[in-house]
Ligand binder design. Structure first.
Ligand SMILES: NC(=O)C1=CN([C@@H]2O[C@H](COP(=O)(O)OP(=O)(O)OC[C@H]3O[C@@H](n4cnc5c(N)ncnc54)[C@H](O)[C@@H]3O)[C@@H](O)[C@H]2O)C=CC1
Ligand SMILES: CCCCCC(=O)/C=C/C=C\C/C=C\C/C=C\CCCC(=O)O
Length: 259
């Protein structure tokens, strides 16, 4: 199998896309540390994965990506248990336009934190073996999604950060590829935000226009996104790439070459 012997960390792994990314990594031979703040769902996923793959292929580690201490300890435990770290997926994300500072904290600061902590183990300049970091942005990281401006801003931040890290890694010789997944709407619980005034706040009136966008763009199955994710993990030629996952298929985003 392509990823036999490789070790991965996936954040927000207990359900939705993170669960899908973890499963496709396992199917392809990797060992996976499942990190999530949702302990009940995380433990229950680990139990069902144990039945399929055996208890030694996964770890569930309760971890809030907002906590430097928890995140650092979770990665340390992964490396102590599995011996190395090759693949890192910053997937955990939320929508909250009311508590928008939390959205920035989880979606953007969590990705920066995860990336820097992963570098401590993966960077060839500090004794690591290199590898690949895949950050989960969104189509809303490339264009505006009107009902969720702060969510949109965090995803644009993830796109910019990841592309800059890809260039920094190439220039400095970290031996790490950095890529992005930018999906359109996917059938997961995050879409429940649309019906929640407590989450959309002052933008609740825009629910109908977001629904219209959803009808235009369609809603993907998790499996359509996990295939794109696997492509970015496996294809050694992809570095600094942003793969849009749309109803019509996957397509690499182009960017203006300003610098
Ligand atoms: N479903 C969609 O339409 C799209 C989702 N995305 C992105 O995909 C990623 C995954 O989202 P979904 O699976 O759709 O949502 P989801 O809500 O089903 O799953 C998110 C997971 O992240 C975990 N999580 C939340 N806050 C956390 C924290 N502070 N620390 C650790 N874990 C935390 C949750 O417990 C949950 O297991 C997010 O970054 C989201 O922005 C991107 C484009 C479209
Ligand atoms: C409110 C639910 C949010 C669900 C999570 C999410 O990230 C979904 C995003 C889906 C689509 C965003 C829609 C439109 C963005 C507009 C333009 C993108 C243009 C991209 C391009 O072609 O370059």
């Amino acid at each position: 199998m392509a990823l036999e012997g490789k070790v991965a960390v996936v954040t927000g792994a207990a359900q939705g896309l993170g669960k899908g990314f973890s499963e496709i990594l396992l199917k392809n031979g990797a060992k996976v540390a499942l990190l999530d703040v949702a302990e009940v769902a995380g433990k229950s996923l680990k139990e069902s994965l144990d039945e399929q793959y055996g208890p030694d292929r996964t770890l569930f580690i309760p971890c809030d990506v907002q906590s430097q201490q928890q995140f650092k300890a979770a990665i340390q435990k992964t490396v102590e248990t599995f011996g190395q770290l090759d693949i890192f997926c910053n997937n955990a994300g939320i929508i909250n336009e009311v508590d928008w500072e939390k959205a920035v904290s989880v979606n953007l600061m969590g990705v920066v934190r995860g990336t820097y902590l992963a570098l401590e183990h993966m960077n060839k300049l500090s004794g690591g073996q290199g590898g690949v970091i895949v950050n989960i942005a969104s189509i809303a990281g490339l264009g505006p999604l009107l009902s969720v401006p702060v969510y949109t801003a965090t995803k644009h931040g993830v796109v910019g950060f990841t592309r800059a890290m890809a260039d920094a890694s190439k220039e400095s010789g970290y031996g790490i590829r950095f890529n992005l997944i930018c999906p359109t709407f996917v059938q997961t619980d995050i879409l429940n935000a649309l019906q929640s005034p407590a989450i959309l706040g002052q933008f609740s009136n825009l629910e109908d226009s977001t629904k219209k966008l959803m009808e235009q763009h369609g809603i993907l199955d998790v499996s359509q996104v996990t295939e794109a994710f696997l492509q970015l993990v496996l294809d050694e030629t992809k570095d600094g790439a942003a793969l849009m996952v749309l109803s019509k298929g996957s397509q690499y985003s182009t960017f203006p070459s300003i610098i």
